[in-house]
Design a protein around this ligand. Structure first.
Ligand code: PBG
Length: 323
């Protein structure tokens, strides 16, 4: 008969008590802000479905990074919109590619801001798929070369961490091998280990102009129905040499974040993707939900589930609120 001895409400009675017993806290140092680098100068083009997020020319990215630094945000992850796309994704691994130039520009202003790069081909291929097309299919093994070359070019430009998001099999091992062979054995790999073929990437594809021109990504990204398979993906990536792993999207996949936290001791990141962000923004703009509370609650619950690093488009407003 726990009641009336136990009264759970005692520890909820005032904010000082609630604060004392709070199990999960948010720290901006654990946020990573996604940024989209585009050609030109002075370009700051707002993304329709993602208010407060922009396609930024390299000079504007540098300004944005100064703000990221001032807010105490952990770092940025860079995506690129190349001048032109082709069949071989050449912009992904060109030494003067858009992301490579952005890294160098940021580095010249801030030697120690944490720069993560997304390693993928979909923003750079004319067909919008994440790999090389051979006989109408995304060819796994031939795509690995592009990925490894991209990772090395990012490291050479000054990236701190490379994050492959393509979902080809064996990419972590291929990237590790090539990084090491080029003198970058110190560069960690944050693998998008369990990345699902999710409808919640919709707004990102507008932002990164990376919608596949035919078919979809279901032959390489995971089926949202599969949780055990996600654990196998994570296990394999860790075996191949991933230093950290990511689960993506975040909120609809909290069970997998939690399960991964239970099973693996590597740092776990979760990506609160564009659609998760846009839904909250849209509802708030309609007056249907409180923006700041929805933002903080969503981030807190991702953290509580077991993700210590959160990639989020809310990084700036959340950091401001937490300050
Ligand atoms: C590239 C990539 C995507 C996202 C991150 N890296 C798009 C995709 O796989 O289609 C989505 C991020 C987001 O929705 O915020 N492959």
């Amino acid at each position: 008969m726990p009641f009336p001895i136990h009264r759970m409400r005692r520890l909820r009675a005032s904010e000082p008590i609630r604060s004392l017993v709070r199990e999960t806290r948010l720290d901006p140092a654990e946020f990573i802000l996604p940024l989209f680098a585009c050609p030109g100068e002075g370009v700051r083009r707002e993304i329709g479905a993602m208010p407060g997020n922009f396609q930024l020319s390299v000079d504007e990215i540098v300004r944005e990074c100064a703000e990221v630094r001032a807010l105490g945000i952990g770092g940025v992850i860079l995506f690129g919109l190349p001048e032109s796309k082709d069949e071989t994704a050449s912009g992904a691994y060109a030494d003067d590619g858009i992301v490579q130039r952005a890294i160098r520009a940021i580095r010249s202003q801030d030697p120690s801001l944490l720069i993560v790069t997304d390693v993928c081909n979909c923003e750079y291929t004319s067909h919008g798929h994440c790999g090389k097309i051979v006989a109408g299919e995304v060819d796994n093994d031939q795509t690995l070369e592009w990925l490894a070359a991209s990772a090395v070019s990012h490291a050479r430009a000054g990236a701190d961490i490379v994050a492959p998001s393509d979902m080809m099999d064996g990419r972590v091992a291929a990237i590790r091998r090539e990084l090491d062979a080029n003198g970058f054995s110190r560069i960690p790999i944050l693998s998008y280990a369990a990345k699902f073929a999710s409808v919640f990437y919709g707004p990102f594809r507008e932002a990164a102009e990376s919608t596949p021109q035919f078919g979809d990504r279901r032959s390489y990204q995971m089926d949202p129905a599969n949780g055990r398979e996600a654990m196998r993906e994570i296990e394999l990536d860790l075996e191949e040499g991933a230093d950290m792993i990511m689960i993506k999207p975040a909120m609809p996949y909290l069970d997998l974040i939690h399960e991964a936290r239970r099973r693996f001791d590597a740092p776990i990141a979760a990506y609160q993707v564009s659609g998760e962000f846009s839904m909250i923004e849209a509802a708030a703009r309609n007056g249907w939900i409180d923006h700041d509370r929805a933002m903080i609650e969503s981030l807190t619950c991702i953290r509580r589930a077991g993700a210590q690093i959160i990639l989020t488009y809310f990084a700036k407003p959340a950091a401001r609120l937490l300050a």
